[in-house]
Structures are given as structure tokens and as C-alpha cells.
Design a protein around this ligand. Structure first.
Ligand code: FMN
Length: 194
């Protein structure tokens, strides 16, 4: 199942049943978390609210593009953000994932707070991956989305929250069969010390 999961970037319009959606969310709910803090909240968007929140994301991306200081690397990121937005519009379900123990990621934080933020972010990653794997098991395609960072203010203002927007998940039935991205071999990434 782990290798079967692949990022899906083309979706059919078919809806996901409430039952399947709950199974996926349940997988997030039971994920491991640092000190069992369960620092997450999931907001599920479909239909008109989904269009509204994605309009806010577009606004944030467009604002970033107009910023005077735009290094080349950042420009490439904006193209990827545009593409991600297109994918999110096509997917019938978007889940926004909040980190409820932290706020604006663009503000500086003290070392102690940073350490706890890292642990909470890792916990959220576990919840997201659990949901992606649950979706895979149900034959539902998914994409993990970090490009919401480009519209952090616009989206959190729209939600009326001071919590951190950790990312999003797109869900839907796949309208593509991706080959799969190249992965490093075990030899590249593992060191045994015996
Ligand atoms: C933290 C995180 C953020 C990501 N953000 C995006 C994104 O905003 N847009 C996108 O198209 N893919 C995004 N991805 C998907 C990665 O590009 C993808 O996982 C990677 O290329 C490996 O492909 P695979 O998922 O098919 O194994 C993200 C993945 C992770 C883990």
C-alpha cells in the first residue's frame, strides 16, 4: 500500500461518499503525535465553500507574485502554486489541516517554541500520511499540498482562525495513472551500524 500511494494531480468529478470520507478522517484522528498532543484540526471543503476558500488561495498567490522582491527560486514556486490551485479546483474534496498549537509561520519564534513546533508539525505529517494511505486503500486518489503557505493570511482570515494552516489534502477519484516519481534507493538513504 505504501508504494501504491502516488500523488494524483488529475481528478474525476465523482464525489466521495460520506462513509469513505469519515474512514479517511478517522485515520488522521488516530495518528501518533508528540506527547499525544493531537495538534490538528481538519476542515473538509466541498461545493461552494471549496470555491470560496480556493478564491482566497488565488488572491494570496496573486499578491505574492506582485511582491517587489521576487528571487528566481520563488518565481518557480509560484508556477507550482498555480498548478496546485488548478488541481485543488478539480478535486471534489479539499481538507485543510490546521496546527492548533501554533500560529503564523512567517513570524519569528523562540527556540523552545520552535522545537515544539517541529514536533507538532511532524505529528501533523503523520496524520496526513495516515489519511493518504487510508484513501489509497479505498481506491481514492490524493495529493498532499504545502502550497497553501503562499496564501496563509488570506486563507486563515477567511477561516477566522489564528491557528497555523499546516497544509491541505486533495481527494478524489484519479483521472490519471501516474508512473510514480523516482525514489532514492535504500543504499542511498540507509546506513547500518552494527
Ligand atoms: C509536505 C509536502 C508538501 C507538498 N506540497 C505539494 C503541493 O503544494 N503541490 C503539489 O503538486 N504536490 C505537493 N506535494 C507532493 C510531492 O510533490 C510528492 O509527494 C513528491 O513529488 C513525490 O511523489 P509521490 O507523492 O507520487 O510519491 C507535497 C508533498 C509533501 C510531503
Amino acid at each position: 500500500m505504501f508504494a501504491e500511494r502516488k500523488s494524483i494531480r488529475k481528478y474525476k468529478p465523482d464525489p466521495i461518499s460520506e462513509e469513505d470520507l469519515r474512514t479517511i478522517l478517522e485515520a488522521g484522528r488516530v495518528a501518533p503525535s508528540a506527547k499525544n498532543r493531537q495538534p490538528w484540526e481538519f476542515i473538509v471543503f466541498t461545493g461552494v465553500p471549496k470555491e470560496e476558500v480556493l478564491a482566497k488561495m488565488e488572491k494570496g498567490i496573486e499578491k505574492q507574485k506582485k511582491s517587489l522582491f521576487m528571487p528566481k527560486k520563488f518565481k518557480q514556486g509560484m508556477a507550482s502554486a498555480d498548478n496546485t490551485l488548478r488541481i485543488m479546483r478539480e478535486a471534489p474534496v479539499i481538507i485543510l489541516v490546521l496546527n492548533i498549537r501554533h500560529g503564523n509561520p512567517y513570524l519569528p519564534v523562540f527556540a523552545g517554541k520552535r522545537v515544539s513546533e517541529i514536533l507538532d508539525t511532524l505529528s501533523i505529517g503523520a496524520a496526513i500520511e495516515n489519511m493518504l494511505l487510508a484513501a489509497t486503500r479505498l481506491g481514492i486518489g490524493s495529493l498532499w499540498i504545502g502550497n497553501t503557505v503562499y496564501a496563509h493570511k488570506e486563507i486563515t482570515d477567511y477561516l477566522g482562525t489564528k491557528h497555523q494552516l499546516a497544509g491541505a489534502i486533495a481527494l478524489g477519484y484519479a483521472n490519471e495513472t501516474p508512473e510514480g516519481r523516482p525514489k532514492k534507493s535504500l543504499d542511498d538513504i540507509v546506513e547500518f551500524r552494527r
